[in-house]
Structure formats: C-alpha cells, structure tokens
Design a protein around this ligand. Structure first.
Ligand SMILES: [Zn+2]
Length: 198
C-alpha cells in the first residue's frame, strides 16, 4: 500500500485539537506547538546577519546542523509513537516508505509542500518544495539571496536519510548532508534539496 498523505494530515488535524494548558500539542510521540514562521525566520536570518558576511557559511552550517539534530530526534520519536504504529505503519511495505511517511508528517505539520523527486536507497534523496516559508520570508523581509536560505528544510531532509541509513539511533546523525542547489530565495522557481552521504 502506498503512503496516503491525506490520512496523515487528517490525523494531525484531529490530534492537534488537544492542547495542554500552555498550548503544547502532544502528538505522534513529540511535543508540538503553533509557531510564527516570521519569528523563526527572524531568529535564523538575524543570527546569520549578526555573524557578518565573513562568517555567513559558518552561520548557515550551524543553522542546518541545529535543524538536522532536531529533525533526527523528532522523527525518531515520531516513528516510535502510537500514532505512527496505528496510522502510518500499516501503509509501509518497504524500508523506503518510511521516508514517504516522514515527508507526509512534515507536510501535515505545515513545514512546506515537500515532494520526493528521487530516492536511491542508501545513497540519495531529492526533495522539491514549491512554497518554503523560509524562502518566502527571506524574500519578503531581506530581499533576494545569493545562496539557498532554507536551513530548516535542509537539516530535516538530511535527518530523514540519517534515520534510515545511518547507524542505529542515536549514533547516526550527520551521516548525510543536504545541499540546496535551487532556492526560491535566490529567484529560482522552487527549492530543491539534494541529500548525499557526508
Ligand atoms: Zn529554499
């Protein structure tokens, strides 16, 4: 059975009605919250600016690594959750379907319209996103960029491959690394993430 993303989106919509007193949403084995993308973008892009042009690459690398480490732990929690076992697991036929499940959960969380373009087991993952909030936010508040700006999505794409083909959790992070050859923040039509072994 193929992964049915709409089933996962419905489960997230249904489940996200339950909030703790502080607004935390306990779902898929992790703690979620509604978060302003503008605020998150400002944290990332202002951090990058504060470090200055000479340290831009270092800032970008730190932001991607933070997202990758977070994505690694978050999706490990998700794939071990009760909801995953009930909703996603029955749709998984082979190992690679897990990544299709991860992508469907990320879409349901509102992280972007991620689409898998290519998946070569053990080696390569290609993901395309037409409407990244990072690219959109960068253009709106900082203008057109010279390099890819979707640090969160880059890190998360790397984490998906780490979880499948890296060492067993928790020893697998940064086995893979994502590059973003195309980004809407640079004026491209879409963002593209190419994940390979690092
Ligand atoms: Zn982008």
């Amino acid at each position: 059975m193929a992964i049915d993303g709409s089933k996962i989106i419905h489960a997230v919509m249904e489940g996200s009605r339950i909030r703790e007193s502080k607004g935390i949403i306990p779902l898929f084995g992790v703690y979620l919250s509604l978060f302003s993308v503008h605020y998150y973008n400002r944290l990332s892009f202002d951090f990058e600016r504060k470090l200055g042009p000479a340290r831009r690459a270092e800032a970008a690398s730190l932001l991607v690594k933070a997202a990758q480490e977070c994505g690694y732990a978050t999706f490990q929690g998700i794939r071990n959750s009760w909801e995953w076992g009930e909703i996603v697991e029955p749709m998984i036929d082979r190992k690679e379907d897990q990544i299709r499940g991860f992508v469907a959960v990320a879409v349901a969380f509102g992280w972007g319209d991620l689409k898998i373009q290519e998946l070569v087991p053990e080696e390569f993952l290609g993901i395309r996103v037409d409407d990244s909030y990072e690219a959109r936010g960068h253009i709106a508040h900082y203008g057109i960029a010279e390099t890819g700006k979707c640090y969160m999505l880059s890190g998360v794409a790397g984490a998906f491959m780490d979880l499948l083909y890296g060492e067993d959790y928790p020893d697998g992070p940064f086995t893979f690394r994502a590059e973003e050859p195309h980004c809407r923040a640079k004026g491209d039509d879409y963002c593209e993430f190419a994940v390979r072994r690092s």
